[in-house]
Design a protein around this ligand. Structure first.
Ligand SMILES: Cc1cc2nc3c(=O)[nH]c(=O)nc-3n(C[C@H](O)[C@H](O)[C@H](O)COP(=O)(O)O)c2cc1C
Length: 257
């Protein structure tokens, strides 16, 4: 595993869905495990744990898109823990991609019962990873290869496109791109779309994955802010909460400076 430029990785990454099922070598796996110790949460007060699992630790029925390895996030289920999980683990997606290791957030695989029992925390989601079947097509070579909404559909801020571009390119469940950003270049308010357009029985699942996706885009914003020499701090803005557009709910505000 090499050190990578996380900002650069945002513009090249893509979800890898077909894997060579040969496990990665022990040294690479040890380095990946080690990197998990460097993950930073968005919210310091939420306890989390990330486990590296092999394919045989995943429930058989849920193994549709198989990979040799999985990162499984567990969390204390409180406050914005789903946003927190997305924010934390997206660093691994960028790091793996930058090291020519494929990865993909996956909503359906679940660890086996005996793995679930090893944590006191709630299982949140997995990210599959491993060598891609086709190493030649594991990166995007231009922004035009991303299927994403234009910036005008995800924000009404006029003067901060360079930072918002990183959020625009973030991966999201079903490519739903549930985010909307208002405010200005020094204070960005983040909103997530409510799962209003789906059948009621599906709404909790959609909401869960949209919320994780929000955290992923916030991580991309942080990487971009740092790339441009700025720091990102989070805060809760009561006015921004009240001013949510219809169909969206307020997540958090980011002070960029
Ligand atoms: C929270 C989350 C859950 C996802 N779940 C699945 C899934 O269950 N199956 C799948 O094939 N892709 C899944 N994806 C991958 C998305 O479909 C993918 O990120 C999106 O289409 C954008 O494509 P890209 O990642 O290649 O840029 C998920 C992504 C996220 C962020």
């Amino acid at each position: 595993m090499e050190k990578i430029d996380y900002y650069d990785s945002i513009f090249k990454r893509k979800s890898i869905k077909r894997y060579d099922l040969t496990p990665l070598d022990d040294n690479t796996l040890a380095q990946i495990s080690n990197e998990l110790n460097n993950l930073k949460p968005l919210y310091d007060d939420i306890k989390t744990e990330v486990k590296v699992l092999s394919l045989d630790e995943i429930e058989a029925k849920k193994k549709k898109k198989q990979a040799p390895h999985y990162l499984a996030v567990f969390s204390e289920p409180k406050n914005d823990y789903l946003v927190n999980a997305g924010f934390m683990l997206q660093k691994m997606d960028l790091l793996l991609s930058g090291n020519d290791i494929g990865s993909c957030w996956l909503g359906s695989p679940q660890p086996k019962e005996e793995v679930l029992k090893t944590s006191d925390l709630e299982f949140v989601i997995v990210m599959a990873f491993g060598k891609p079947q086709d190493i030649g097509s594991m990166h995007r070579s231009s922004v035009s290869e991303f299927k994403r909404k234009p910036i005008s559909e995800i924000s009404d801020i006029k003067d901060t496109d360079e930072i918002l571009e990183a959020a625009r390119l973030a991966p999201s469940a079903g490519n739903s791109q549930p985010w909307f950003f208002t405010g200005n270049k020094n204070l960005i308010h983040a909103y997530g779309s409510k799962p209003y357009a789906v059948k009621e029985h599906k709404a909790p699942r959609v909401k869960k994955y949209n919320t994780i996706s929000m955290g992923i885009s916030l991580y991309h914003l942080k990487v971009a802010a740092e790339h441009f020499g700025k720091k990102m701090e989070i805060l809760f803005d009561k006015t921004a909460e009240k001013n949510a557009h219809e169909g969206y709910e307020y997540i958090v505000s980011l002070k960029i400076g």
